[in-house]
Design a protein. Structure first.
Length: 194
C-alpha cells in the first residue's frame, strides 16, 4: 500500500533528523539527538491529545528539525542572543517543514497552518500552538529535566521552572504534575509553582 502524504512527510522529517551527529544515550543505545526528541514529542502529544490533528502532529514532529545546523554560540551568550537564536531556529524549522509539505503535495492552507503552529503564532488565542507549547514543556520535564537540573544551581532551575509553568495551559499543568519526577526534581517544581 502506498504511504499517505502524512506518512511520507513524517518519514522525511525523521530522515532529516536522523542526520544529527549529536547523539543521546538511552539504556546504553545511542540515537541521533533530534530524531529521539521528535519521536518523544509525538509520543507525548498523542498521550496528551489523542485526537491531535495531522497539522499538529507534523508540527510536533518537526519542532526541532535540523536544529543542530544553527549553533547557540553563533549568537551572543546573553538573553538577547539566546532569544535571537531561538527566533532564527523557529523560522528555520517552519521553512524546512513547509518545503517538505509542499514537496509531498499538501496545499498552501495546510502548509501555512503547520508553520503557524511551529512559529507559535497567536498562542493564547489558538489552541494548537498552545498544545505544542505544552508538549515542548512536558517533554523537557519528562525526559531532560533531571539531567539539566544537575548542571545548574537550584535558583536558576526554579527561575526556569517558573517561566516554563507560565507558558503552559491548565491541562499542561495537570499532566506535568503526574510526571514521575525524582524527589529532588519534584521539590524544585513545588518550590517554583508555590
Amino acid at each position: 500500500m502506498k504511504p499517505t502524504r502524512f506518512e511520507t512527510a513524517i518519514a522525511i522529517i525523521d530522515k532529516k533528523n536522523a542526520e544529527d551527529t549529536n547523539t543521546y544515550q538511552v539504556e546504553g543505545l545511542e540515537y541521533p539527538k533530534e530524531l529521539l526528541y521528535s519521536q518523544r514529542m509525538t509520543r507525548t502529544l498523542l498521550q496528551f491529545e489523542p485526537n491531535a490533528s495531522k497539522a499538529l502532529q507534523i508540527a510536533a514532529r518537526a519542532q526541532h528539525i535540523c536544529r543542530w545546523k544553527i549553533q547557540r554560540n553563533e549568537y551572543t551568550m546573553d538573553r538577547v542572543g539566546y532569544l535571537k537564536w531561538r527566533e532564527t531556529l523557529k523560522k528555520m524549522h517552519a521553512d524546512i517543514t513547509g518545503e517538505i509539505l509542499q514537496q509531498v503535495g499538501f496545499d498552501t492552507q495546510f502548509v501555512d497552518r503547520v508553520q503557524e503552529i511551529i512559529l507559535k503564532k497567536l498562542i493564547k488565542k489558538n489552541e494548537e500552538p498552545q498544545i505544542l507549547e505544552d508538549i515542548i514543556c512536558l517533554v523537557f520535564l519528562d525526559y531532560y529535566f533531571d539531567e539539566f537540573a544537575a548542571k545548574h544551581a537550584d535558583e536558576k532551575i526554579i527561575d526556569i521552572l517558573k517561566k516554563t509553568w507560565v507558558k503552559m495551559s491548565d491541562k499542561g499543568h495537570e499532566a506535568a504534575l503526574k510526571l514521575p519526577f525524582s524527589e529532588k526534581s519534584l521539590a524544585l517544581v513545588k518550590q517554583a509553582i508555590s
